[in-house]
Ligand binder design. Structure first.
Ligand SMILES: C[S@@+](CC[C@H](N)C(=O)[O-])C[C@H]1O[C@@H](n2cnc3c(N)ncnc32)[C@H](O)[C@@H]1O
Length: 249
């Protein structure tokens, strides 16, 4: 899928065409009607996944396509009050915010990764930023371990930001701000940490090259930056075999 194509637009097209195709197939094969809404929903899911595949959607979208309408049919059998769906939607929105635009969902750096990142910080006092700090757990660990350094986390998803902000109160060397990290100048920082997704990495490298000082370090958890020479890769000894890609400016 081309990076400029919205995944939501493709998802909508796949779901609608999948529905039309499924209804058409049922009409042809079973003129009397298929009977079970769940069976039709399952067929719609398969059709939507095939269309999603044809549109070039990543594999994990195909799983969502297969299960989406069947899940709606099953959920409708629970007879929950409509308010619950709205509440769950708002909760997910507050946690994941505009993932459709940023293409960066929330997942967290673990404690082993935090320990490895700690080893990468310069010995002298410095400033460190986590671009998209989520609920701030990584920065809290670093800030507690290095009271001589200043840590900044920026987050645009309201609920993780609020959690990070509240749990950082009392940690003098840790600041959490609400906002878009693309608006933050990277000049003041000796280490810039990013745990994002493949999508923003080329843009991030362009920003880092413009703004970061020579000798400073950009660390990307899990996502290598295409066509950028990596200084070294830290293999973290955790279950998911995390890799920290280190780029020296
Ligand atoms: C994969 S999580 C990493 C969380 C944290 N850095 C960690 O390592 O545990 C990425 C976070 O970046 C946030 N994010 C994505 N784009 C952003 C942007 N443009 N400005 C601020 N935060 C952003 C997401 O909301 C998400 O919480």
């Amino acid at each position: 899928m081309s990076p400029s194509v919205s995944p939501l637009r493709n998802a909508l097209i796949a779901q609608i065409l999948g529905g039309i195709l499924a209804v058409g197939l049922v009409r042809i094969a079973y003129p009397q009607g298929l009977g079970s809404p769940l069976a039709i929903a399952g067929l719609q899911g398969v059709c939507a996944a095939l269309i999603g595949h044809w549109l070039g959607s990543p594999k994990w979208w195909l799983v969502i396509h297969c299960g989406f309408v069947p899940a709606v049919v099953l959920a409708s059998r629970l007879e929950l009050a409509p308010g619950w769906y709205l509440a769950i939607f708002i909760l997910l929105l507050l946690i994941y915010w505009r993932t459709d635009q940023s293409r960066v969902p929330l997942y967290l750096s673990n404690t082993t990764t935090a320990a490895s990142l700690l080893q990468l910080l310069p010995a002298e006092p410095c400033r460190v930023i986590d671009l998209g700090c989520g609920p701030g757990g990584l920065l809290r660990r670093l800030a507690q371990a290095r009271s001589d350094c200043e840590f900044l986390g920026i987050e645009h998803a309201p609920l993780p930001w609020l959690w990070a902000r509240l749990t950082s109160l009392g940690q003098a060397n840790l600041q959490i701000v609400y906002g878009d990290f693309w608006q933050q100048h990277l000049g003041p920082f000796a280490v810039v940490y990013a745990f994002l997704s493949p999508h923003p990495m080329p843009r991030l490298m362009a920003k880092a090259r413009l703004e970061m000082r020579p000798g400073t370090l950009l660390v990307s958890n899990s996502f290598a930056i295409p066509a950028a020479p990596v200084e070294h890769v830290v293999e973290v000894a955790d279950r998911r075999a995390t890799r920290l890609y280190c780029y020296r400016m």
